[in-house]
Design a protein around this ligand. Structure first.
Ligand code: ADP
Ligand code: MG
Length: 380
């Protein structure tokens, strides 16, 4: 493919904060962006060159997008595969419909990973109440476990902890009996992720391994580089690259892992897009995950992702707004800290409103500083 050069119009499905950061990276490099989203006031839509206010299933709107763009990407994994397939009749689309449809459903995601010999948590597919009775679907070894809806779950939503068959049945009915995955709860030492980019010729460039701390199922803090052994970090990068190759993927991909107490790495989930745990790259790497998304989409060589300094990223959730707008000067007066606010007008509890990244000479120094700033603004 001939590289798409600056000045061209790029398309983006989804108007959230990941899209906004894509638009900012594309603008920096001289591209224009058309965003399609159903929200007339979305974070990315507001700063786009052109905005199409429409649902992802609106074929006429998709046609308009396809006709005016040189290439199209997404920031949201629940785009219907049919929309990506339709768009690919007009121009290059990345990520591809197949990768997105695998990643957007926990059942197909687990089946794909298992079929390709990647290690995942022991699981069972639960599609009907009581289907595990008489051992039709063996679940005995999966307790205590977590029942997760197969689609549209995020930030720990659509999950219930279950301890036995009766609890499983009740939880499944509580989830409106939609298809689910029951996953064995594993003893975690920590969680890590790898964000990588795979270019058109199969070239893979990774960001450093990230250590992620979640609170209530939502990412709270990312620490870079992850405090794991060199061997574990090497394995994580290698496995992530193998996942991208198995998907024949093009674009930015995140692979989230559980690191078990016994040292084993198990894949938790994959995201076919830039990821919250890669936001540190905007301020701490020579090339950010969003610039890589532009580069992969446009068929350009990938950028160098070298880390300038160890860093810690802290998410800012809507809960922080409960007493009004936080005092941002407390963050802005810190000289090695970068504040990002996504321009969302309504702050709901659990909603991702922004983040800040703290750089330091060492991971410990960055972490100490980040925890201090968290305390200053009232996040404990
Ligand atoms: P989401 O799509 O909402 O991010 P995840 O499946 O990643 O859902 O689960 C959210 C968090 O819940 C994980 O980051 C991890 O902390 C915890 N968790 C999920 N599954 C397991 C498991 N099998 N064992 C232990 N902890 C888990
Ligand atoms: Mg997750």
């Amino acid at each position: 493919m001939e590289p798409i050069v600056p000045g061209a119009m790029l398309g983006l499905l989804g108007g959230g904060q990941l899209g906004r950061m894509f638009v900012m990276a594309a603008h920096q490099m001289g591209y224009q962006v058309t965003v399609l989203d159903a929200d007339p006031d979305s974070p990315a839509g507001r700063i786009a060159d052109q905005f199409i206010c429409a649902e992802y299933a609106d074929r006429a709107a998709l046609k308009r997008l396809g006709e005016q763009c040189a290439a199209i990407t997404t920031e949201f994994e629940n785009i219907p595969a049919a929309a990506l397939a339709q768009l690919s009749e007009f121009c290059f689309v990345s990520p591809d419909a197949k990768s997105v449809s695998i990643a957007q459903n926990r059942i197909s995601e687990k089946q794909f990973l298992q079929a390709n010999d990647f290690s995942v948590a022991p699981f069972a597919i639960i599609e009907q109440a009581d289907q595990f009775k008489n051992d039709k679907v063996p679940v005995a070894g999966l307790f205590p476990g977590i029942l997760k809806v197969s689609q549209f779950g995020y930030d720990g939503k659509g999950q219930k902890h279950v301890n036995n068959e009766a609890g499983l049945n009740a939880a499944f009915i509580d989830m409106k009996s939609v298809p689910c995955v029951l996953e064995k709860k594993l003893p975690l030492k920590c969680e890590v992720s790898v964000v990588l980019t795979r270019g058109c010729d199969g070239e893979v460039v990774c960001f450093p391994v990230v250590e992620n701390q979640h609170v209530n199922g939502i990412l709270d803090v990312s620490i870079v580089p992850a405090r794991v052994s060199a061997e574990t970090a090497k394995q994580a990068l290698e496995i992530a690259g193998n996942v991208a190759a198995a998907l024949n993927y093009r674009g930015v991909l995140c692979v989230e892992f559980f690191l078990l107490e016994n040292g084993q790495l198990v894949i938790n989930e994959i995201a076919p897009r830039p990821h919250n745990s890669g936001h540190f790259s905007i301020d701490a790497c020579l090339t950010s995950q969003f610039e890589q998304q532009v580069r992969a989409l446009c068929g350009l060589p990938l950028g160098n992702t070298v880390l300038h300094q160890p860093c810690v990223m802290v998410n800012l959730l809507g809960d922080l707004w409960q007493n009004g707008e936080p005092d941002w000067l407390l963050v802005l007066q810190q000289s090695s800290t970068k504040l990002h606010l996504y321009g969302k007008r309504i702050a709901r509890p659990g909603r991702k409103m922004g983040h800040f990244t703290v750089l330091g000479a060492t991971v410990d120094q960055a972490l100490t500083k980040a925890l201090h700033i968290k305390q200053l603004i009232g996040l404990d």
